[in-house]
Design a protein around this ligand. Sequence first.
Ligand code: ATR
Length: 272
Amino acid sequence: MSDRYAVIGRPINHTKSPLIHGLFAQASSQHLEYGAIEGSLDGFEAQVLQFRTDGGLGMNITAPFKLRAFELADRRSERAQLARAANALKFEDGHITAENFDGIGLLRDIEDNLGEPLRNRRVLVLGAGGAVRGALLPFLHAQPSELVIANRDMSKALALRNELDHPRLRISRYEALEGQTFDIVVNATSASLVGELPPLPGGVLSEARLAYELAYGKGLTPFLRLAREAGVARLADGVGMLVEQAAEAFAWWRGVRPETRAVIDRLTIALE
Ligand code: ATR
């Protein structure tokens, strides 16, 4: 029998994970099965434990279960702890280990695929939710000259700042960004999912080299449109992040790092 993995979430019907991991397995000659499970709000934990009992070796976790997966684990990486969320689990030696590869996937996409290293760059991240929590450690390790987190609800940004005191990390209200410019701006809010735009003062994007929208497959979101109007050279959505976080999980489970370029190309949907 092949080694078994699965993604669990609710709803799960639009997930690309089985396709991505299937392509990785094929390209790296790994024999594995990767399925998709519709999570139950009442029975998520029981479903995960059952999958493990049935011989499963690992799972990807997607909304709305990342926090519950983190809590279910008995071992947690530093990244997962800061994110307070797991997007991948490994079942090994009687333990459930939680990882969070969303942030490192985003960083790899920006640095390796889009060719924009964060080192010595001014980086602005919009939002202070789970996605941003996952990205903070990898981003700071990449040594930007400064990393600014802007959020409407300052209590959330403050909570983040209190957990991770770092000389290059700053939090800001949107209004206070007036007159500042950044090299790389990442929209990690959920605003685009409902066609909204974070209240970014004009001019903030005027010197940006890259505007990155975390949402995948939403086309030219209001944020990307604003970036295009501001003349930002490079616009990207989250397809590369999606594939890179999957590659991290694959390497963690299988000990083999898959090639990502062809998979990203296959999943890319033109922005317009
Ligand atoms: P995720 O886990 O995907 O990061 P989340 O934890 O629900 O999602 O957080 C959503 C983020 O999007 C928050 O930072 C939220 O800002 P507030 O904390 O100020 O509410 C942000 N967000 C959602 N809609 C927004 C909008 N229209 N403009 C700006 N920020 C928005």
